[in-house]
Design a protein around this ligand. Structure first.
Ligand SMILES: Nc1ncnc2c1ncn2[C@@H]1O[C@H](COP(=O)(O)OP(=O)(O)OP(=O)(O)O)[C@@H](O)[C@H]1O
Length: 265
């Protein structure tokens, strides 16, 4: 097996003797991946297969190693052990959790979008993205001045314009209001055929994950459990980590005290 990871082009390519695996529909396999920094173990023995056009949700508590796993897939860091195997050339799209721009750096929306490798889309397909993400009026604006929702739309457009076959969304709904969140979920759920791709969605939004996903992986430095939401909901590991949040959403207590307005006293 040989594996080469090239962070600059965000591509992972490999050749592997696949004769013993059913890889016809597989896009990417993480095989026995561990990642350590010094003596600190961030991830251990991770096995994940992602199929072509499959959506996988990745959940886990703070510090579980979700972003570390994303960095490994993006080729930004190398595993301490194990391998990433791309069964076909990967074109990665990435929408980061945070996008910090130094205030002294002028960066317009059009400058950021110019970085996308757009040659795999036709003019009409690019226009579809611009129209549906309502970008046209934002093009000359500074990234720094955009709202959270506008920033997410631009980052999603940047990822989609390169027609990825694996789109990684790291907490895509963070900081969005409920309407924008719903709209974004619908948009990524209903991507047109020419943009269909596998997706890895990192999310803390358990209610969306458990309602809207077909396959969920629960990470806590290792894979605690995985499967369909219905399978996860009855898993002991899931119950231990999330059961109390998932089954008992926070309910505000009725306001029972009997205080009076100053004028009533
Ligand atoms: N470069 C680093 N050096 C030392 N520790 C690190 C480094 N990067 C991450 N960590 C630690 O590894 C653990 C996993 O971090 P990671 O960001 O992957 O978790 P996460 O699941 O994405 O968390 P969150 O949900 O809070 O975003 C954390 O305890 C973090 O402090």
């Amino acid at each position: 097996m040989s594996l080469s990871i090239s962070p600059s082009s965000q591509s992972i390519t490999s050749t592997i003797d696949d004769s013993n695996r059913n890889t016809a529909h597989q896009l990417l396999s993480l095989s026995n991946i561990s990642y350590h920094i010094g003596r600190q173990r961030l991830l251990s023995h991770i096995d994940i297969d992602i199929a072509v056009n499959e959506t996988v949700s990745l959940i886990g508590p703070n510090g579980a190693g979700k972003s570390t796993l994303v960095k490994l897939i993006l080729g930004l860091i190398d595993p301490t052990q194990g391998s990433l195997i791309a069964h076909q050339p990967l074109q990665l799209g990435y929408v980061p959790q945070r996008f910090a721009i130094p205030p002294i750096l002028p960066l317009r929306v059009c400058d950021l979008l110019a970085q996308a490798d757009k040659k795999r889309l036709t003019h009409a397909q690019r226009q579809f993205i611009f129209d549906n993400l309502s970008l046209t009026h934002l093009l000359s604006r500074q990234m720094l001045h955009l709202s959270g929702g506008e920033t997410q739309r631009v980052l999603l457009a940047r990822a989609l314009l390169s027609k990825p076959n694996l789109l990684i969304l790291d907490e895509p709904m963070q900081g969005l209001d409920p309407d924008t969140e719903l709209w974004l979920y619908q948009f990524i759920d209903e991507l047109p055929d020419f943009l269909r791709c596998a997706m890895l969605v990192v999310s803390h939004d358990l209610h969306w994950v458990m309602k809207g996903s077909r396959r969920v992986i629960c990470l806590n430095k290792h894979i605690c459990c995985e499967g369909q939401p219905s399978e996860l909901a009855i898993s002991t590991e899931f119950q231990k980590l999330f059961g109390h949040h998932y089954e008992q959403p926070y309910v505000h207590q009725p306001h029972a005290c009997e205080h009076h307005a100053p004028s009533e006293l």
